[in-house]
Design a protein around this ligand. Structure first.
Ligand code: 26Q
Length: 810
């Protein structure tokens, strides 16, 4: 028997065994868990392949209008369980693996995460692909096939240590290399203008090779494609040197090219203004544009109707150079005149902004763009000139207005503002929550909104219920199936019907038992990776996200220390036992964030080993936060910490995943927390702290953190304990600077201003948790309100209002 003789309809156990024998090359009887993972993946892969061919044929036959989603990041996580579920193969695969005395979930655990992203933005892209496939939208995601994804985080003596993420070291069963799809991407050199003809005399080039990942839809045969580009030295590279026998130099030159897709930049907000990053951005954009144009010209005679057949979306400004690239292709290669090309461009692109923080906005030195992409620099100048001429007619004589709008920042070293290029080049620009979108048009894009009020809109983020509920929380999923039927997977608004279950004691009992089981699983995981024993009967208080000052993990720590001191001062009070759980990575060069990680460990060591405290308080940090770790944490959380300074977190999506799994939120009036509050009701969420206008007002008036330190003895005791080295006796000065930056250094994110309100609200959390029935009702109410946070809703809105794409009929 060989694989091809094993039909896709053969029983799963038989298919798995056939792949063990013929694809993996082991005797079924002696297969390791990793072999079994590979073989099971191969079974799914064969089906995915079939679906991909079917979907492409359909889309081609119908000349469908398509979405192209350009993103530097796709945080996909593991694929096996999701693929099996989408293909309806879960039960069969589980049965197949039973024959090898293995459980599917253990086998699935042998797959490494595809961590081709930093955090929220990258995971959003992955949820969006899931929804695009599920809604049957003709869609392509384009990105980079990084050899190394987000670094793996280890903790040594409380410090973050980074290791390379070699996710491809054993190969991946999920990619389809497309050897025939290779494009050349050029860099550098100069531009020659002769008789109206423009020639880019480049001085370097690299080949982009396509690798596809097939993204299955749920409840449909349709799939979406994630096409990732790998940089490869062009065939003719340095042959001269090679022929002269200098093999080492030829190899070096080869590396120079191939390093473009080598590694993901691990910064999630402060842009790393490196030449290699700019090359990465242009590399994947240029390859993707060539590919989409090639596909367009295979179906249509010219590019005249490109805008009718493709909607190109920019996931943040990272692919913004695409605007200039499309202009270059149209004008220089397809003889479009400028105005016609510009009109087409504007109809084709749309752009999502993910941050308001000025330091996180991407800009590039003119000199660097000039050097790496000389033709694009000219095009950007021309775009800017035409744009500013128009703006000057709109507000004659207002030079400040023009300066603020310009694509070029002229203060200091001249830089290109990629957000401005994105806004000018797109027909729609959206924020990612109602508040964020509102702030966009009143802050960083206010001048653009004056020009083009209708260009700006909101698309509140969402998450896929398949991964974040059905897969991550099988216990709750089963209860929902029994209570609501199975339709919630594709229609999350069904969760609303849970409202009528709130008073149902039998339902509540099952709901609580499921949460308890998930907490036991999480407690086991905590013990396994940290060695700390925590009680599943304690309140699991969870803050999991990238470590950032604006997200205020430090405020959470201040609360933990204040609680520690209060327990010591009053050991016999009826304390509600709590386990505070942190996880998240710090950008490798972000010293303050690393110091916060260390502080969490130091405080944890002290508290967890203080015999006077016991189960009343525990503090743990789970290393290497990523998609798979999140899948264990989300279902086991009671309390979700979403405590960013109001006006700083664009949306958040962890907030949605946690509430969907029955956690209550303690949070500020920020990002999507506001919309979560609207969905669950004020009584079912703990909102505290200054609101966005109050933050602005306070900063305007002059904020004096020292005042809070002096006026609040409890806060003073907390800051003194940390600053004086109570948690770092081996190095008492370790946290002096961190504490001083709050008390004396301006406390930019207003931790001290929100401290009292935060601690008071935490007391309300305790009070509610000590009434388990009430808590449970509110947790159920949270799940019931999460329907709108399905990424299916989000993608439905993008498709209708921005992309104007529709599913093709089966
Ligand atoms: C830019 C230039 C150079 C190097 C790196 C970067 C870079 C990389 C990643 C800049 C930003 C990011 C990621 C940003 C991000 O994840 N933002 C989050 O997006 C989520 C999805 O919309 C929101 O929910 C979060 O609020 C937002 O912080």
């Amino acid at each position: 028997m060989n694989v091809s003789a094993t039909p896709l309809s053969a029983p799963l156990p038989e298919q798995i065994n056939a792949h063990l024998l013929h694809t993996i090359g082991v005797a079924p009887g002696s297969a390791s868990p990793s072999d079994l993972m590979q073989a099971t993946a191969q079974v799914a892969r064969a089906q995915l392949s079939k679906r991909w061919v079917y979907t492409q044929a359909k889309e081609k036959a119908q000349k469908a209008r398509r979405v192209v989603y350009l993103s530097m990041e796709f945080l996909m996580g593991r694929t096996l369980s999701n693929a099996l579920a989408a293909l309806n193969l879960t039960e069969g695969a589980a049965a197949g693996l039973t024959q090898h005395a293995q459980r599917l979930e253990d086998i699935a655990g042998h797959e490494p995460d595809a961590a081709l992203g930093n955090g929220g933005l990258g995971r959003l892209a992955a949820c969006f692909l899931d929804s695009m496939a599920t809604l049957g939208l003709p869609s392509f995601g384009y990105g980079i096939r990084y050899e190394y994804g987000m670094f793996a985080q280890d903790i040594q003596d409380g410090n973050q240590v980074e290791y390379p993420d070699s996710w491809l070291k054993d190969g991946t069963p999920w990619e389809f290399p497309r050897a025939d799809l290779t494009y050349t991407v050029r860099f550098g050199g100069s531009v020659v203008h002769l008789d109206g003809q423009v020639t880019w005399k480049h001085d370097g080039e690299v080949a982009a090779k396509a690798y596809d990942m097939v993204v299955p839809g749920h409840g449909t045969e349709k799939v979406s494609t994630l096409r990732l580009w790998k940089a490869v030295a062009p065939d003719h590279i340095d042959l001269g040197v090679f022929n002269a026998g200098d093999y080492a130099r030829a190899a070096f030159a080869k590396n120079e090219y191939e390093n473009i897709s080598w590694v993901l930049y691990p910064n999630d907000s402060t842009p790393a203004g490196r030449e290699l990053r700019l090359k990465q951005e242009y590399f994947f954009v240029a390859a993707s544009m060539q590919d989409l144009i090639c596909r367009h010209l295979a179906e249509h005679p010219s590019l005249d109707n490109l805008a009718e057949h493709v909607a190109i979306h920019l996931n943040d400004t990272h692919p913004a150079i695409g605007v200039a690239e499309l202009m270059r292709i149209l004008c220089d290669e397809h003889a479009f005149d400028w105005d016609r090309a510009w009109a087409l461009c504007g109809k084709t692109f749309s752009y999502t902004n993910h941050t308001l923080m000025p330091e996180a906005l991407e800009t590039w030195p003119l000199s660097l763009i000039q050097q790496v992409l000389p033709r694009h620099m000219e095009i950007i100048f021309r775009i800017n000139k035409e744009f500013l001429d128009m703006a000057a007619r709109f507000r004659p004589g207002d030079h400040d207005f023009l300066k603020r709008l310009s694509l070029i920042d002229e203060t200091g070293e001249r830089r290109v503002r990629m957000a401005h290029l994105s806004v000018v080049g797109s027909h729609q620009v959206n924020g990612v929550s109602a508040l964020h979108s509102e702030l966009l048009v009143h802050t960083i894009f206010a001048d653009f909104a004056a020009l083009w009020p209708k260009r700006f809109t909101n698309m509140t983020n969402g998450v896929t219920p398949r991964r974040w509920l059905a897969q991550a929380n099988p216990g709750l999923a089963t209860l929902l199936d029994e209570t609501l039927g199975k339709a919630w997977r594709l229609d999350l608004d069904q969760l609303k019907r849970l409202e009528s279950c709130q008073g149902d004691a039998a339902f509540a009992g099952k709901f609580m038992a499921i949460k308890r089981a998930n907490k036991v699983r999480l407690a086991d995981f905590i013990a396994q990776v940290t060695g700390v024993q925590v009680s599943p009967d304690s309140l699991f208080d969870v803050q999991v996200k990238r470590i950032h000052e604006y997200k205020r993990q430090l405020l959470n720590v201040l609360h933990v220390v204040s609680r520690y001191q209060a327990i010591l001062a009053n050991p016999d009070a009826p304390w509600v036992p709590r386990t505070v759980i942190f996880a998240g990575k710090a950008a490798s060069s972000y010293q303050v964030a690393k110091s916060i990680i260390r502080l969490i460990h130091d405080v944890g060591l002290t508290i967890n080993n203080d015999p006077r405290i016991g189960d009343k308080l525990k503090l743990v940090f789970l290393p290497n936060y990523g998609v798979s770790v999140a899948e264990v944490i989300m279902p086991g959380a009671d309390l979700s910490e979403q405590i960013s300074t109001a006006g700083t977190e664009a949306s958040g999506t962890g907030n949605m995943k946690l509430a969907l799994n029955g956690a209550l939120t303690i949070g500020t009036d920020d990002g999507a927390n506001i919309e979560i509050r609207q969905q669950v009701g004020d009584d079912n969420i703990f909102i505290f702290g200054l609101k966005t206008p109050e933050v602005r007002q306070l900063r305007l008036e002059g904020y004096h953190p020292l005042q809070h330190y002096q006026d609040n003895p409890e806060l003073k005791a907390v800051l003194d304990a940390i600053g004086d080295g109570q948690f770092s006796p081996d190095d008492p000065e370790r946290y002096r600077a961190l504490v001083n930056s709050l008390v004396w250094g301006g406390d930019h994110y207003l931790l001290l201003a929100d401290y009292a309100s935060y601690v008071a609200t935490q007391a309300k959390v305790d009070a509610l948790y000590s009434q388990p029935d009430l808590w449970c009702q509110r947790a159920i109410r949270n799940v019931a309100g999460m329907g709108v946070f399905s990424s299916d809703r989000t993608i439905g809105q993008y498709a209708r209002d921005i992309w104007r794409v529709a599913p093709i009929p089966d």
